[in-house]
Design a protein around this ligand. Structure first.
Ligand SMILES: C[S@@+](CC[C@H](N)C(=O)[O-])C[C@H]1O[C@@H](n2cnc3c(N)ncnc32)[C@H](O)[C@@H]1O
Length: 449
């Protein structure tokens, strides 16, 4: 009953303002500005709880549910379809922990009865997205912009709206995110507002934030990125983790205590000397760079069929000064390695290939389908094309005791295990789940000899 009453009052008030809105152009700008400020105050109640979520763990499951229609405005049905899917989170944000910003405004909020939410929303028309936003007497400070963008992104259904706002603003102001909170009252210059205006509009049309800022974070590394490369996902960090563990652990052959677990006998038979690693389908080079940074004895060949993606990988390799340890080769899977087969066999081959099926591809969210390269996502009718080709050829490129590690879709475990078993080259085959209990990593150890 109370809710009905409130809604009716809101609607009536809104109707009145709609009626009089045409007069606003004749009002002195100070009136409009004051009204805007009140409207801002009423809506500047950032949803701190939401903003505090650890977006580094924006999950595959979230993506898969979203992608397959559980959430979001394109919801095609209310039952999640349990098929294979790619762990793709379109607006995946870098690992960040958000602090709870202090509200500097001390004004006590008016009850909704007197200043209904819908009315304050109505004023948004006059704010930042309005073409004349910079003509009002509004001074856009960092705090105001953050609050406004958060509200705007929330309304647009953009993931992690507060973080998205912070990333765009810190990008435009060339500041660290943390600095935004120490300079809340700093006015933002007109040229910066203009740039932000454009980016906010593009983000509102689902363009991934990482592409707008041209960077992303992966395995605690700041990487360059552009739409020629798929955005690295947090799940892929698990593949890197396992790869590094494998390289640090002893080989079965070297181990004097073959029956003990790998962690127990690390000191006795650890791999020695240079370890040769191949990263197939490297994209922006995230896996290769993360392994090289964390395992100094690794020499890596990273391949991709996309020259454009390799250009980005080259920038990341240069940025982390890894040119002498990572070689980039362009071509179809193993093809660029064939001429070197006599010399180049690997201790470890890692790969996060495309693995989205035809049916899944059609259901991808707009921010994935419209912006990330199809070449990086789609892998034939059942999403297994690239796995079949890799598993068919990989044996020739692995040393005895070497390992193949593949990222896989959340329900692809059984079928990948079967493909690996059928290959007949592997002694140990393991499917590992990710932090959301979905199949994520397939590891296969080549037989000793
Ligand atoms: C899922 S993305 C992975 C990118 C990066 N490794 C990561 O983990 O974020 C797959 C990559 O495979 C590349 N690719 C697709 N088909 C390929 C093929 N036949 N041979 C080599 N690379 C291929 C794409 O260009 C894309 O960069």
């Amino acid at each position: 009953m109370n809710n009905e009453l409130l809604t009716s009052i809101e609607n009536q008030t809104l109707a009145h303002f709609r009626h009089f809105s045409s007069l606003f152009t004749n009002f002195p700008s100070t009136f409009v500005v004051s009204a805007l400020q009140i409207a801002h105050f009423m809506q500047n109640k950032p949803n701190f709880r939401k903003a505090q979520m650890n977006v580094s763990r924006v999950s595959t499951v979230d993506y898969e549910k979203k992608t397959l229609g559980q959430r979001g405005k394109n919801k095609p049905n209310s039952n999640p379809i349990q098929t294979q899917s790619n762990p793709i989170k379109a607006n995946k944000m870098p690992k960040q922990t958000q602090t709870n910003p202090k509200q500097t405004q001390s004004v006590v909020s008016l009850p909704n009865l007197f200043w209904p939410q819908s009315l304050s929303k109505f004023f948004l028309f006059f704010t930042f997205l309005c073409p004349g936003y910079n003509l009002t007497m509004q001074t856009w400070t960092i705090q105001k912009l953050l609050n406004w963008m958060t509200e705007h992104f929330t309304g647009k259904g953009i993931d992690s709206p507060r973080l998205s706002a912070e990333l765009l603003l810190s990008h435009v102001l060339a500041m660290e995110r943390i600095e935004l909170y120490t300079r809340f009252d700093k006015p933002v210059a007109k040229d910066q507002l203009d740039r932000l205006h454009d980016l906010v509009n593009r983000a509102g049309r689902n363009e991934p934030i990482c592409y707008l800022t041209g960077k992303t974070e992966f395995y605690s590394l700041q990487l360059e990125l552009n739409p020629d490369c798929m955005i690295p996902r947090p799940e892929t960090e698990l593949l890197v983790e396992r790869a590094i563990e494998f390289l640090r652990a002893p080989t079965v052959r070297n181990s004097p205590m073959r029956n003990m677990t790998r962690t127990e006998d690390v000191s006795n038979g650890a791999r020695t000397g240079t370890q040769f690693v191949c990263d197939l389908c490297t994209g922006c080079g995230c896996i290769a760079v993360a392994i090289a940074k964390n395992f100094p004895d690794a020499r890596i060949i990273a391949t991709d069929i996309s020259d454009a993606a390799l250009n980005v990988a080259a920038q990341n390799i240069e940025k982390y000064q890894l040119k002498d340890r990572i070689t980039l080769l362009c071509g179809d899977l193993f093809e660029p390695l064939v001429p070197r087969l006599d010399v180049d066999k690997f201790d470890l081959i890692v790969c996060n290939p495309p693995y989205v099926s035809a049916a899944e591809y059609e259901k991808l969210e707009k921010n994935v389908k419209d912006y990330e390269p199809k070449l990086a996502l789609f892998a034939g009718d059942d999403g297994l094309d690239i796995y079949r080709r890799i598993i068919d050829k990989v044996d020739a490129f692995l040393k005895p005791d070497a390992a193949l590690m593949l990222e896989i879709g959340y329900a692809q475990g059984p079928v990948i295990k079967e493909l690996l078993e059928q290959a007949g080259a592997f002694a140990e085959i393991k499917i590992e789940k990710d932090f959301h209990d979905n199949d994520r990593i397939a590891t296969a150890r080549k037989m000793s000899s």
